[in-house]
Structure formats: structure tokens, C-alpha cells
Design a protein around this ligand. Structure first.
Ligand code: HEC
Length: 127
């Protein structure tokens, strides 16, 4: 009995979620994902101080490891010195920072390409 009641409930939840997504702009989705996935460690406002990680204001197109007074790990510097944060490099970084700079302080990885893309698209708007 319980099962027959819960299926319509699940379906209506899925439908509500679907329409909420289509109503929201892609940018809002990216911003929300950023808040959920990155904001605990990264501030984004201009001139913001780093948190656990450096501020990400204007990060797309910037040289790696240049965010104010943040103390990057030696592994980060070794893996990323002189590199520019292109969208491709950011995508690879978010998929697995440890693959690019083994031993980096960033303890996060995102397997879902659509989540990575939405967050990167949002970051592009913060310049
Ligand atoms: C648990 C904390 C944490 C989370 C969550 C996190 N990061 Fe980081 N991130 C760091 C730390 C710490 C560093 C510095 C790495 C080092 O020095 O080894 C870093 C570095 C970076 C850098 C390099 C910045 C520069 O100055 O070159 C980028 C870009 C970045 N993170 C993006 C993100 C994004 C986007 C997300 C969310 C999808 C995210 N991070 C989630 C902690 C985190």
C-alpha cells in the first residue's frame, strides 16, 4: 500500500523540480551550485580575503596562484605555476585537483560534467 502512494509523490516531486529548473536562468543554477559546492572554502567578492581556499573573483583567464596573500601549497605551485585558468583547465581541476597538483590542499572533486560546466559558466560572469 505504501509503495503505491509513494510513486505519485516521487513523480510530482520530479516534475516540480523539473519546472523549477526550466524557470531559473542558467546563471542562477550556476550561482546556486557555486554556493553549495565552493563557497564554504572560496569567497568570490572583489578584494575578498581567502577562506580555506583563495578568493575566486575574476579567476577565469587569470594566472594560477595569484590571489592576494593566499598561501598556496608547494604542490599547487609546482603543478600550476605559469598556467592560465582557461575553461578547460578549470574543468580538469574541478574533476580532480589531485591529478593536476598531487598533494594540493583542495579536497574536492566533481565527477558530474554538467555541474562543472554550470559552475565555470557562473565564474565567467564574475569579472
Ligand atoms: C574543502 C575546501 C574547498 C572546496 C570545497 C573547493 N576548494 Fe578550490 N581550493 C581550495 C584550496 C585549499 C585551494 C588552494 C590549493 C593549494 O594551495 O594547494 C583551492 C584552489 C582553487 C583554485 C585555484 C585558484 C588560484 O588562485 O589559482 C580554483 C580555481 C578553485 N580552487 C576552484 C574551486 C571551485 C570552482 C570549487 C567548487 C566547485 C572549489 N574550488 C571547491 C579549497 C577548496
Amino acid at each position: 500500500m505504501k509503495a503505491s502512494k509513494s510513486l505519485p509523490a516521487i513523480l510530482s516531486t520530479v516534475l516540480m523540480f523539473g519546472s523549477a529548473i526550466s524557470a531559473a536562468t542558467a546563471e542562477t543554477i550556476g550561482e546556486n551550485l557555486y554556493k553549495q559546492h565552493c563557497a564554504t572554502c572560496h569567497a568570490i567578492a572583489k578584494d575578498a580575503l581567502g577562506r580555506n581556499g583563495p578568493s575566486l573573483y575574476g579567476i577565469v583567464g587569470k594566472s594560477a596562484g595569484q590571489m592576494g596573500s593566499f598561501l598556496y601549497s608547494a604542490e599547487f605551485k609546482k603543478g600550476l605555476e605559469g598556467k592560465i585558468w582557461t575553461e578547460d583547465l578549470l574543468d580538469a581541476w574541478l574533476a580532480n585537483p589531485q591529478k593536476i597538483a598531487s598533494g594540493s590542499y583542495m579536497m574536492y572533486r566533481q565527477d558530474d560534467l554538467s555541474v562543472r560546466k554550470a559552475i565555470i559558466n557562473y565564474l565567467k560572469t564574475i569579472q
